[in-house]
Design a binder for this molecule. Structure first.
Ligand code: PEP
Length: 255
């Protein structure tokens, strides 16, 4: 599989952190540090920070993403935000299926699929998260789990729409725990996801699909993870809230 066919994407997932003023300040700090990045740089921010983030990133190489969206276009879904709403305010990216949504908010593979299709139909780029629980890794079923999640999430997604999907392999046991998958583990699962994409859409589509790793990626371990042939970038939680650390990861993806 030819890594040169893919442009790495480094995306921050800010989770439930930062007020709009704090978001603006963090982006202003990041801008000069990532200005010469040779990869795509995205910050996925809380909904209320989106206007401030769009304003602060205007004219820069940093793109803004949301952290979720609903599957319906509109309707009686109190507190939810739809994909057309995100598109209307000018957000290009959205994370779907993050393990915290699956773990704490009842997200299922089926709703991940519904949200993915809604986001793609609105012209958003989707960062689609898959990953196994610790007990699933210990049972030796990691590949089955991520293949299952990937297949259901992409049900009904056309080859054309797949071009707007980034997959983030995020082992749940590595998220926010400080415990990172080894570079070999990350590459092995990313390769399995790519093989699954090849089965579904063919080798060319699989070669073109960006597959990130996420899970305690930081300034120290990023270079080794990102050097792996099937790791095309990262989805970064904690370290994306510190501009110097985030910029080191961006630089590691740019070589
Ligand atoms: C994440 O939230 O997607 C994530 C990978 O978090 P962390 O980097 O903090 O493990």
């Amino acid at each position: 599989m030819n890594k040169a066919l893919r442009r790495p994407v480094i995306a921050g997932n800010w989770k439930m952190n930062k007020t709009p003023d704090e978001a603006k300040a963090l982006i202003e700090e990041m801008k000069p540090l990532v200005a010469d990045a040779d990869c795509d740089v995205v910050v996925c921010v809380p909904y209320v920070d989106i206007p401030a983030a769009l304003e602060a990133t205007a004219g820069s190489n940093i793109k803004v993403g949301a952290e979720n969206c609903h599957w319906a276009e509109s309707g009686a879904f109190t507190a939810e935000i739809s994909a057309p709403m995100l598109k209307a305010v000018g957000v290009p990216y959205v994370i779907i299926g993050h393990s915290e949504r699956r773990q704490y908010f009842g997200e299922t593979d089926v709703t991940v699929n519904q949200r993915t299709k809604a986001a793609l139909a609105s012209g958003l780029k989707v960062i689609l998260c898959v990953g196994e629980l610790l007990e699933q890794r210990e049972q030796g079923i990691t590949e089955e789990v991520v293949r299952y999640q990937t297949k259901i999430a992409l049900g009904g997604v056309s080859a054309e729409d797949l071009k707007n999907v980034i997959i983030a392999y995020e082992p749940v046991w590595a998220i926010g725990t400080g415990r990172t998958a080894t570079a070999e583990q990350a590459n092995e699962v990313n390769a399995a996801i790519r093989a699954c994409i090849a089965e579904l859409y063919g080798k060319d589509a699989a070669d073109a699909t960006v597959i990130q790793y996420g899970g305690s990626m930081n300034a120290k371990n990023a270079a080794e993870l990102l050097a792996q042939p099937d790791v095309d970038g990262g989805l970064i939680g904690g370290a994306s809230l510190k501009a110097p650390d985030f910029s080191v990861i961006v630089k590691a993806a740019s070589v």
